[in-house]
Design a protein around this ligand. Structure first.
Ligand SMILES: NC(=O)c1ccc[n+]([C@@H]2O[C@H](COP(=O)([O-])OP(=O)(O)OC[C@H]3O[C@@H](n4cnc5c(N)ncnc54)[C@H](O)[C@@H]3O)[C@@H](O)[C@H]2O)c1
Length: 456
């Protein structure tokens, strides 16, 4: 398409011509169970998307997840990567090989933001750069897909919310599970009362490999010649060029957010979405560095406990989360919501609902004292069937595609984003406070409505 002289008018143009395209929104629906195994229902999306304009995207942070984001985003019809920014030469060379030798590349994200032909940016840098780049991008009129966790420190969230509000920006945080069929189905089931009264939720991430524990490859040519080290460290102490800090940044507190910011945040996003929660008011954690003693500063086993207050959307309940990077059982992830009438295991493409017998909290004395009639035989009762499994239909493109689809739809002027800055901050906050609680060795109290720390 022709390039307009200003980014804003280019956006307006895109919005106008794509209104008709958006008429066919994707809606989840349950496919009839006819012909399928009993207890299994398929989840599917319908709707056709035809695009007649390119949304032009730049990738800022062209590492592992940046590439995954860009690769997925360009499968949404009408999306094109036209620029990439990274601090390591090798990643810029790879981006040119992958997205075209004519794309614009730079080590300075501000050069990306000053270009009028870019509608929106994917921010997939390490966590300590998320806030500044996202705010600068919104102030430059760009749409933003910011990887999780939205911010690196608990103090940073309000500025991102303010920038989104001020600019009316299309800003979405990258917890892709929130756009999944699985999360949507779980929300529907929860709201229909499928598990009764929620009282407990639990989740974990188990890993047991060097890559899973963040010991990523360090390229042979890594040096201060190929890496912009000074830019990378931002305003943190300069330890001298250290390729481990650059390529394995998750292991260091100046740049990463520990296992909770990296992984728990996905579980918070899904849970908050399903039960419409603002978040917990009390955060406690413990853990330790048990195995991967490679100079890292953060624990490889972390246990977090979170108290959720009663709101008009959910009762008070407790959440228990854990990450184990030395888990000899298997690499797996799990999120389960438990109520007095059943439980749900929630995956991005599957929900397993198990119904159970429930009793009133009081008045059960008769059950305990009434002796059975000695002449009666032990007649079996009717029980609920086995667990009901809701499964995505074969060919489902998955949560990551849906999340990018939803973001691009918003960039084009369609429905609002799925995870805005306010939601993103409320999901990030308990994850950040969890690692803070570990290091400060204390319970931290948080006001999830006012978004402020309370006296502990
Ligand atoms: N949504 C998910 O499932 C998911 C999965 C993995 C990672 N992530 C998130 O994605 C982000 C990136 O993680 P990753 O695994 O891709 O890390 P990575 O180290 O593979 O990539 C980060 C890239 O950012 C570049 N970079 C650093 N500072 C920069 C700056 N100021 N400007 C431009 N580029 C800069 C680095 O050179 C590197 O290439 C993190 O925030 C992480 O939490 C999300």
């Amino acid at each position: 398409m022709s390039k307009n002289s200003s980014g804003h008018s280019r956006r307006k143009f895109i919005n106008k011509i794509t209104q008709s395209v958006l008429a066919t929104a994707i809606v989840p629906e349950i496919v009839s169970a006819a012909g399928r195994a009993p207890g299994i229902q398929l989840l599917k999306r319908s709707g056709i998307y035809t695009a007649n304009d390119h949304v032009q995207i730049a990738l800022i942070g062209a590492g592992g997840m940046g590439n995954a984001d860009a690769d997925t985003c360009i499968t949404v019809p009408g999306v094109k990567i036209i620029a990439a920014c990274d601090l390591y030469d090798g990643r810029l060379e790879d981006a040119k090989k992958k997205y075209g030798s004519d794309i614009f590349v730079t080590k300075d994200y501000k050069e990306i933001l000053s270009r009028k032909d870019i509608d929106a940016v994917i921010v997939a840098t390490p966590d300590h750069w998320h806030k500044d780049i996202s705010i600068d991008a919104m102030n430059s009129g760009k749409g933003v897909y910011c990887e999780k966790p939205m911010v690196h420190d608990i103090t940073e969230g309000s500025a991102v919310i303010a920038a989104q509000t001020k600019n009316k920006a299309v800003f979405q945080v990258g917890s892709q599970g929130m756009s999944s069929l699985g999360n949507e189905k779980a929300k529907q089931l929860y709201e229909a009362g499928a598990i009764g009264q929620l009282n407990y939720a639990e989740g974990f991430w188990a890993r047991n490999s060097p890559g899973g524990a963040w010991q990523y490859e360090i390229p042979a040519d890594a040096s201060e010649k190929t890496v912009d080290w000074k830019k990378f460290i931002k305003n943190n102490p300069d330890h001298g060029f250290d390729p481990k800090r650059f390529f394995r940044w998750r292991c260091y507190r100046d740049y990463g957010t520990g296992v909770s910011g990296d992984l728990f945040v996905h579980l918070f996003s899904s849970l908050h979405f399903i039960v419409s929660s603002n978040g917990p008011e009390k955060v406690m954690s413990t853990g330790g560095l048990r195995y991967w003693k490679d100079g890292r500063e953060v624990p490889d086993v972390l246990l977090g406990m979170f108290d959720y207050p009663q709101t008009d959307k959910h009762p008070a309940f407790n959440l228990s989360l854990r990450v184990n990077f030395v888990d000899g059982t298997a690499d797996s992830t799990y999120l389960r919501l438990v109520g007095n009438e059943g439980s749900m295991i929630v995956e991005w493409d599957k929900v397993t609902l198990t119904k159970n017998k429930s009793y009133p909290p009081t008045g059960n004395n008769d059950l305990m004292v009434n002796k059975p009639d000695p002449l009666a035989y032990e007649r079996k009762a009717m029980v609920n069937g086995d667990a009901i499994v809701y499964k995505a239909e074969n060919g489902y493109k998955g949560a990551h595609f849906d999340h990018h689809y939803n973001w691009i739809r918003a960039v084009r002027g369609g429905k609002p984003v799925i995870e805005d800055a306010l939601f993103g901050y409320r999901a990030a906050a308990p994850a950040l406070l969890c690692i803070d609680s570990y290091f400060q060795e204390k319970t931290i109290k948080w006001d999830p409505v006012k978004l402020e720390l309370k006296k502990s």
